[in-house]
Design a protein around this ligand. Sequence first.
Ligand code: PLP
Length: 431
Amino acid sequence: MELMEAIERYESEVRSYVRNFPTVFEKARGSYLYDIDGKAYLDFFAGASVLNYGHNHPELKKALIEYLAGDNITHSLDMASRARAEFLMTFHEKILKPRGLNHRVQFPGPTGANAVESALKIARKSKGRQKIIAFTNAFHGMTLGALSVTGNAFKRAGAGLSLTHSDPMPFDGYMGEGFDTIDYLDRVLDDGGSGVDQPAAVITETVQAEGGVNIASVAWLRNLQQLCRKHDMLLIVDDIQAGCGRTGKFFSFEEAEIDPDVITISKSLSGYGLPFSLTLVKPEYDIWEPGEHNGTFRGHNPAMVTAKRAIDLFWSDSTFSQEVTAKGDYIREALEKMASKYPETLGTVRGRGMLQAIEFMDKELAGAVSKKAFKLGLIIETAGPVDAVLKLMPPLTIAQADLDKGLQIIDRAIVEAMQELDIGAPQAAGQ
Ligand code: PLP
């Protein structure tokens, strides 16, 4: 049986990315994936920002292999281990302390959704209230609690029951220019006639990556924090996709200089693609009883080893962060150039750091561009409620030549997709 046939025959219909990128991958290194025929694919998806340091980073691999070869602890529930203690010390010294954060570190389970669930639970427990405010086009994961604060109707419908105990509110920019959505939220929370019960917390992303790369401005984030303090609600920042350097700083909210009560982080935390997530909780809200939020895989020691190494390598000083910001600006400029070439077809370019995107007027076009790019050897995905946004998330470590190559492929894929769909009359690629 062919390998792809085995996947199609035996795996559930729920599989998704394999449908967009239909080949069997075998190897990966740095910014490239290789399929079983040896074809190279430049990766502008990076495992949905799990692979910020590229595939199989040699230093992280070395740390992992040495750890495994030494018969060190792989699994220990949440019993103490050297790897756990060393990770906690490094995370405190190099990530939390320099940023003035004194959050307690909770290991909620391996996935992002695990972190979100525990964040919602601790907020409800702390405030003794049920409601959570979430935002339009938010994505927080696929478990019931996380889905209840997620916007996407298709994903919500998959729950098969009503998703309650949350109220959706308009994200920054959702109501168009000149409409301050924080003012609106303030009004409904102030007004006893609004029908909105007092919430325990607000959960937000700073950049809604899955939701179409919608950016919360610095002012909006600051005002949101102020609003949370005013109405006695916890501020939860879900930094699962935008964190770990994707937007330039380790945490995506650093630019706004806010101080969230609860932070969720995952994806590139292990740096090596190993499942690992954290819920960071201010000490005053760390009111769990021992074992009250449990889970078997709350202590994946190999992930802690690679996470510690990644922090030592990339976050001991600000060099890496500056490089990411510079590359992000470069991507932004290249996209703006493309957008100005095809003003009838390409809409806004938006993003922060190395999470950049371009919106297409015709929603079919973004998908067609992603397909063409795949044929040309580039992996890039679409985002947003109607998948009209092409989302660029290359590894943060990508070499300049590869970055240029990927951007050229996007330009060419746009031209070819426009020709195929008979949209506009573009110039030849690269002109
Ligand atoms: N929160 C955000 C912002 C995400 O982007 C994601 C996943 O894409 C999640 C939560 C859920 O993480 P996971 O898929 O690991 O459960």
